[in-house]
Design a protein around this ligand. Structure first.
Ligand SMILES: CC(C)(COP(=O)(O)OP(=O)(O)OC[C@H]1O[C@@H](n2cnc3c(N)ncnc32)[C@H](O)[C@@H]1OP(=O)(O)O)[C@@H](O)C(=O)NCCC(=O)NCCS
Length: 170
């Protein structure tokens, strides 16, 4: 971590819609955090699909403006599924993941979606804590999940954010 990251925190990080041209930087981050990373071509193909939306987090332009995290979600009818979320290792724990997920939920409200779903490996305590904090609840599980940082297969928890209820409660 660079000295200025601690001074800024995630409030100085800009969140923007993800473009296909962001795919190479995003795949570098994916490779840094997942045992089975997605290539830039796979990420660009997903972004070329009308049902897929992404957001990127960038550090300040004065410090290079590099992408430090991203999230991809796919919508179907009135539901969306988080396909992946990743924050560059040296930026983890500084609120970037929380800000990306807040943008996802704001997007879900704007699009009047009913639910946002995701799957998280049961041993991924950091991600599960982030999702719980944002109002996701466990609605099921799936054995034989294989998407985490470890090579071993594990059980995944299926979590849901009830966007429709949250909208009514506003
Ligand atoms: C999971 C991930 C996206 C979280 O992003 P992040 O920027 O590191 O998380 P944040 O700093 O925004 O933390 C938000 C909350 O998550 C939880 N959290 C984050 N890191 C944590 C850790 N190491 N242990 C426990 N809880 C943690 C906390 O509840 C935290 O809130 P708090 O700071 O108020 O306590 C990021 O760590 C990552 O890219 N991990 C590797 C890839 C991955 O596992 N993706 C998810 C697959 S389902």
């Amino acid at each position: 971590m660079k000295w200025w990251q601690g001074l800024w925190g995630a409030s100085d990080v800009a969140i923007a819609p993800m473009q296909r041209s962001d795919a190479i930087e995003a795949s570098d981050i994916h490779r840094a955090v997942f045992a089975r990373p997605w290539t830039d071509g796979e990420i660009a193909d997903l972004l070329g699909t009308s049902s897929v939306t992404g957001f990127v987090a960038r550090e300040q332009a004065a410090h290079g403006g590099a992408i430090i995290g991203f999230v991809l979600l796919r919508a179907a009818a009135d539901e969306a599924e988080i396909l992946t979320i990743a924050v560059r290792p040296d930026w983890q724990g500084h609120g970037v993941g929380a800000r990306l997920m807040a943008h996802v939920l704001a997007h879900a409200h704007r699009e009047r979606l009913a639910s946002v779903f995701l799957e998280v490996g049961e041993t991924n305590a950091a991600a599960a804590a982030l999702y719980r904090k944002l109002g996701f609840a466990i609605v099921g599980d799936r054995p034989d999940y294989y998407r985490g940082t470890a090579e071993a297969r594990t059980r995944a928890l299926v979590m849901r954010h009830d966007v429709a209820s949250a909208r009514k409660a506003r």
